[in-house]
Design a protein around this ligand. Sequence first.
Ligand SMILES: [Zn+2]
Length: 115
Amino acid sequence: MKITIGGWFKLPRMGTAVFSALMKEGVKYDRESGFMLSSDTDIESAVRTIGSALSEPIELSVRCFICLNPSCEGCPYFEACDRRRVSSMCLCREHSGRRDIYDSYQKTFLSILGE
Ligand SMILES: [Zn+2]
């Protein structure tokens, strides 16, 4: 299954052991929206827990810091990138090639700080 870091996803009903493992690993849970891997999550462990609970491989993707779209598609570093370890925010193809990107990055960053 595919999971986007910073995006909600649903899981089928799992035992309480799995659920409490996920909570311990810092996975966010909401009754309406489901689960979310965030910057507070021990992503490597959470992915292992989910993968073995579902017995299927987990494909992680990250979102663009600027536009929040999934940024892995078409990324030249996709194969080499260990998404369990990199920052949970990346830059999509459209935003990574632009010269004014540092400005946008800074603006986004400052607006988050100002919240
Ligand atoms: Zn983008």
